[in-house]
Design a protein around this ligand. Structure first.
Ligand SMILES: Nc1ncnc2c1ncn2[C@@H]1O[C@H](COP(=O)(O)OP(=O)(O)OP(=O)(O)O)[C@@H](O)[C@H]1O
Ligand SMILES: [Mg+2]
Length: 418
C-alpha cells in the first residue's frame, strides 16, 4: 500500500516483448526484472510435447530454438481484435483458444511480478497502441476489451488503459529540465506509434495531461514486418522466390509469403500445402531451389529462418556492417553455398517503402499538432534502433535533436507513472 492507494502495476504487453513497472512503497519507480535479470520478457509461450509443460519468455524461445518438440506462440498481441481470438489451436496434445493463451501469459507475468515484490497485485495500467487495428474502430475497441478480459481472468480487479506513446513520453519527462515539444517515436515489433507532446517537468505531477498531448498517430508496421521483408529479400530467393522458371514464368509466390509471416508459417506445413509445394517442381528450372524449399517445409524451418534474419537485422543495425544469416540447417550437401547476408544498403532498399510509410506517419503527427517542427525526437521501442529508420527520420526532421531513450522498459515505467 502507498498511503491508502494500492500499488499499480504498469504493464507493457508488447508484440515481441513485455515489461512491467511500479512505484514502490518508498515512492521510487521500479522496473520489474521479468526474465532473469532482464526487464523485458519475450511475449512467447512454448507448449512442450516432451515434458507436457508450458514455458514462458526466453525459456520458451530457447526450448523452441533448441528443437524441443512442441508449439511456440508469439505475436499474440497482433491477434487482438480479430475473430481468431476465439478460435482453438493445437498446442501439444490439447487444443486451446488463443484468448486463453493470452490469459496464461498474463497470469505468468502477474505471478513473476508478485514474486518479485512479495505481495499480491490487483491494480494494473495496461498500455495500448494508438491503433490495435488500423482503420477499424470496432475491432480496435474489441481488442482493448479482449485485453481487459484477459487481465481480469488473470486476477487483476482494477484495470485502466494508457496509450503506449504517452507512457513513453511521461518516462522521458523525468529526464528534462525545461519545457520541450517532443515527438515520441515508439517503434516496436508490431506497431509504430507517434505522439507530439508538450513536456514540462513542472507539470509532471498533474493528473490530467490531455491538454499537453497535441497529436497522436500510429501505423501497424514494426520489427516483425521488417523481418518478413528481409526474409523475403535475402533468404527466400535461395528457396526459389522470384525464380524465373519454366517458360520464363516466375514461380508462384504464395508459399514464400506464408513462410515469412510469423502467424501463417504453420499453414505452410499442412498436408495440403506440402502437396501443393511439391507439385510446383514443374515450374522450376533450378531443381536445387525446389529441393531446398521442400526441405525447409518438411523440416519446418520457417520460424528458425525468420529468427536468424531478425538476429542478422539487429547485428547489421548495431554495427552498420554486413551480417551473415546463419542458414546451415538448410544445407543438404556439405559444399552447398548458402550465402545470405544483410547489408546496410540491402536493408535500406528492402525496407524503403515500409520506412517511408512509418516516417510519413511521424510527419503526419507533427502536422496534426499544427507544428512545422519539434525540438526533440525521442526514440523508444526495440526497432527505434534500426539504423536506416533513424537515418530517414533525421533527414526528414533536420531541425530536431534525436534522443535515444530506454528502448525496452520505458513504456512500462511511464505506465507506472500514469
Ligand atoms: N538493435 C536493434 N535494431 C533493430 N531492431 C531491433 C533491435 N533490437 C530489437 N529490435 C527489434 O525490436 C522489436 C521489438 O521491440 P519492442 O520490444 O519494443 O516491441 P514490442 O513492444 O513487443 O512491440 P509493440 O510495441 O509493437 O507491441 C523486434 O522486432 C526486434 O527485432
Ligand atoms: Mg512496445
Amino acid at each position: 500500500m502507498i498511503g491508502n492507494r494500492p500499488p499499480v502495476l504498469g504493464i507493457d504487453f508488447g508484440t515481441s516483448n513485455s515489461a512491467a513497472a511500479l512505484i514502490t512503497a518508498a515512492g521510487s519507480l521500479q522496473v520489474v526484472p521479468l526474465d532473469g535479470k532482464r526487464a523485458e520478457m519475450p511475449t512467447a509461450l512454448f507448449f512442450s510435447s516432451e515434458s507436457h509443460t508450458v514455458l514462458y519468455g526466453s525459456e520458451a524461445m530457447q526450448a523452441y530454438l533448441e528443437g524441443t518438440e512442441g508449439r511456440l506462440l508469439r505475436s499474440l498481441k497482433s491477434l487482438l481484435g480479430s475473430p481468431l481470438m476465439d478460435e482453438y489451436t493445437a498446442v501439444g496434445d490439447r487444443s486451446m483458444r488463443f484468448f486463453d493463451i493470452v490469459v496464461l501469459f498474463f497470469k505468468e507475468l502477474r505471478r513473476r511480478c508478485e514474486t518479485y515484490v512479495g505481495h499480491s497485485l490487483t491494480h494494473a495500467v495496461l498500455g495500448r497502441p494508438v491503433h490495435f487495428v488500423d482503420d477499424n474502430p470496432e475491432r480496435d475497441s474489441l481488442a482493448q476489451e479482449t485485453l481487459r478480459r484477459a487481465a481480469t481472468e488473470a486476477g487483476f480487479t482494477h484495470i485502466s488503459f494508457q496509450l503506449e506513446p504517452i507512457a513513453a513520453a511521461l518516462d522521458f519527462e523525468q529526464r528534462i529540465d525545461k519545457e520541450t515539444l517532443a515527438l515520441v517515436v515508439d517503434i516496436g515489433g508490431g506497431t509504430s506509434d507517434f505522439t507530439v507532446i508538450r513536456l514540462d517537468p513542472a507539470r509532471s505531477l498533474q493528473a490530467d495531461r490531455s491538454d499537453d498531448i497535441l497529436a497522436t498517430t500510429g501505423i501497424h508496421i514494426g520489427g516483425t514486418d521488417f523481418d518478413r521483408l528481409l526474409d523475403l529479400s535475402t533468404v527466400m530467393p535461395l528457396l526459389g522466390y522470384k525464380h524465373v522458371g519454366t517458360g520464363g514464368r516466375i514461380v508462384p509466390n504464395s508459399v514464400f509469403f506464408d513462410l515469412c509471416t510469423w502467424h501463417l508459417i504453420h499453414q505452410a506445413y499442412t498436408r495440403k500445402a506440402l502437396h501443393f509445394a511439391k507439385e510446383l517442381w514443374t515450374d522450376f528450372t533450378d531443381l536445387t531451389l525446389h529441393r531446398r524449399l521442400m526441405g525447409a517445409l518438411e523440416e519446418q524451418h520457417g520460424h528458425r529462418m525468420l529468427n536468424e534474419v531478425e538476429l542478422a537485422k539487429i547485428a547489421c543495425s548495431m554495427s552498420g556492417q554486413t551480417a551473415p544469416v546463419a542458414l546451415d540447417f538448410l544445407r543438404h550437401a556439405p559444399d552447398e553455398h548458402l550465402g545470405a547476408t544483410i547489408t546496410a544498403a540491402g536493408m535500406a532498399e528492402a525496407l524503403h517503402q515500409a520506412l517511408q510509410q512509418v516516417v510519413q506517419c511521424a510527419q503526419d503527427c507533427v502536422t496534426a499538432a499544427g507544428l512545422q517542427a519539434v525540438d526533440v525526437v525521442y526514440l523508444t521501442g526495440g526497432s527505434s534502433a534500426l539504423r536506416p529508420l533513424v537515418n530517414v527520420l533525421q533527414s526528414t526532421m533536420p531541425r530536431a535533436t534525436l534522443v535515444e531513450g530506454n528502448r525496452f522498459g520505458g513504456v512500462a515505467a511511464g505506465l507506472a507513472l500514469t
